[in-house]
Design a protein around this ligand. Structure first.
Ligand code: B12
Ligand code: SF4
Length: 490
């Protein structure tokens, strides 16, 4: 029998169909490996609990760690925690991640949770595992002791100086997307204060970054091991320090990395970049940026503290186009207090981008997550807030439910949902992959979607968008069905 006191199950509670490597648990796992533990990763986006049961002996676990984001995905974390506790109540159950960090006391109140780690868990988790019987001196945690909930002082942000890529080998990368896309972060946090973003509460506007040397050596390792076709820097703000970013990009060229890369970039940064900087970005393999446009209305941009202007959105798109980089914009629908006129201004901006052949990947219904100023703002609408972890798992603010947006009338919300789906539809068909190596029935079904369903929807959605027609959205229902069947998570 292996030394089960070293077995730590790390779960990324995620819905099916999202296929992005879970960096939270990968980061924890790398530290555990360094200290001689045996981390086992369970990503509920790519593996069912039944499958997990076949490969893990639950009687031989020291701990279950669950990574959580607010929303329905919590349900899977709860199921796993309950199962583990029922099987053996001595297995420690620790929750972390953004949801648990923002509502730690409420999370630890659950019978099946012993400890919550607030913020980065890498160091705290190791300390917990080596001091299971005495958690008093561990910073950044909330836990139960003698039936009472205890909150220890905050922990400082960790230094991003350690290699943390060894743990990628614990994943079956083939299960993720096309199997040749790697997720990695070079920095954490963001110095801006957009009112809808988790950053203020979670990162206190502190941006921390890995050195160019560490980034390049991590990537060297990943390239040698996995030879990715594509690398996504899935962090909040890659470009805060233009000089650091420049060193990293020059490093890609010097090392002869062949992968293409993608990250997010602010519109105002893109306006500041001169031609030589944009040329470097492009030459280093950058294929695309996600850019938060959010709104065409200067008042809304100010309200949400985005610190950009509509003019910068257009200029940034033009500059990226000139250098062959796809800037992909996203917008927010139905921000509290937004008028129909302001909504119209955003539609016009979206149209202007489309006319320039610039992609818009979403017009997403504005939803407030705990810990954000937007969340404080919407409390005046007497929003019904869940009062338990289980409550959050059924709180459908992220999906199709009016509870999360009480400032919108049902009609306004359903109109916005329709426009949101239209924008998404045009983005998805723009990127529709060719039929690849699909064979047989799958190929037939995809051809049906591509050559029959899409043109039909394209026609009706164009009319709706052009004349702002929202009545009888039968086409949207068809689209929602088709999207679920053919497109997966979007
Ligand atoms: C990449 C990403 C995605 C990818 C998914 C990638 C994946 N599989 O992980 C995609 C594009 C699919 C996505 C989708 C969504 N996302 Co997203 N996403 C991110 C993003 C940009 C990076 C996540 C990441 O990799 N971070 C890096 C890791 C290392 O940091 P970390 O997760 O915080 O982990 C550390 C700590 O939290 C802690 N920790 C975490 N787990 C645990 C567990 C234990 C046991 C312990 C001890 C500690 C611990 O230690 C970790 C290591 O230091 C974050 C923003 C961000 N920077 O985190 C938003 C973010 C997580 N997303 C968010 C949201 C809202 C969504 C969506 C709901 C959006 C939507 N409306 O559809 C969907 C939800 C999908 C779903 N249902 O799961 C919010 C979540 C807010 C919240 N309150 O939970 C964030 C914070 C963005 C934001 N600005 O608000 N997202
Ligand atoms: S710029 Fe992006 S990451 Fe930074 S606070 Fe705003 S939304 Fe969040």
């Amino acid at each position: 029998m292996s030394d089960y006191k070293k077995n730590v199950l790390l779960m990324h509670a995620a819905p099916e169909l999202t296929s992005f490597q879970p960096l939270s648990v990968l980061s924890l796992a790398a530290r555990l490996q360094d200290k001689g533990y045996n981390p086992i990763i369970f990503d509920s986006a790519v593996e069912s609990f039944e499958e997990l049961k076949k490969r893990v002996n639950f009687d031989e676990l020291l701990c279950l760690g669950v990574s959580s984001w607010s929303g329905p995905q919590i349900k899977k974390g709860i199921e796993a925690s309950k199962y583990v506790k029922k099987n053996n109540k001595d297995v420690l159950v620790v929750w972390g991640g953004i949801h648990a960090s923002l509502l730690p006391e409420q999370t630890v109140e659950s019978d099946y949770v012993d400890v919550v780690v607030r913020g980065e868990g890498d160091e705290a988790f190791l300390e917990i595992l080596s001091n299971i019987k005495n958690l008093r001196d561990i910073k950044g945690i909330v836990y139960k002791e003698g039936g009472k909930i205890k909150r220890n002082p905050d922990r400082d942000f960790m230094k991003l100086t350690q290699q943390e890529v060894s743990s990628y080998e614990l994943l079956n990368l083939k299960k993720y997307g096309f199997g040749d896309v790697l997720y990695y972060i070079t920095s954490k946090g963001c110095p801006y204060g957009c009112i809808f973003c988790y950053n203020l509460a979670f990162n206190k506007r502190k941006w921390r970054a890995k050195s160019p040397e560490l980034v390049l050596s991590d990537l060297d390792y990943l390239v040698k091991k996995f030879n990715p076709r594509y690398v996504v820097f899935s962090e909040d703000n890659f470009f805060v320090d233009f000089g650091r970013a420049e060193k990293i990009m020059r490093g890609f060229i010097e090392k002869g990395f062949k992968f293409k890369w993608h990250t997010t970039c602010r519109a105002d940064y893109l306006c500041k970049f001169d031609d030589s900087y944009l040329k470097l970005i492009s030459e280093s393999g950058c294929k695309s940026f996600n850019v938060g446009g959010e709104s065409g209305s200067p008042r809304i941009l100010e309200l949400i503290k985005k610190q950009i202007t509509p003019e910068q959105i257009i200029l940034s798109a033009k500059k990226c186009k000139k250098h062959g980089i796809d800037a992909i914009y996203s917008f927010m629908a139905g921000v509290p207090s937004e008028t129909k006129e302001e909504q119209e201004v955003t539609f016009k901006l979206i149209q202007k981008l489309w006319d320039m052949d610039v992609p818009v990947n979403g017009y997403f219904i504005s939803t407030a997550v705990p810990g954000t100023p937007l969340f404080e703002m919407i409390k005046k609408y007497n929003i019904e807030l869940p009062d338990s972890l289980e409550g959050w798992s059924t709180w459908q603010a992220y999906v199709d439910d009016e509870k999360g947006t009480p400032w919108l009338t049902a009609k306004h919300r359903s109109d916005l949902m329709l426009y949101s789906e239209i924008v998404r539809f045009f983005y998805i068909i723009r990127n529709l992959r060719n039929l690849g190596n699909k064979k047989g029935l799958k190929r037939l079904l995809l051809s049906f979607f591509k050559y029959l369903v899409c043109p039909l929807l394209s026609f009706s959605f164009s009319l709706r968008w052009r004349f702002r027609i929202t009545a009888l959205p039968i086409d949207m229902k068809l689209w929602l069905l088709a999207k679920k069947k053919y497109v997966g998570y979007y």
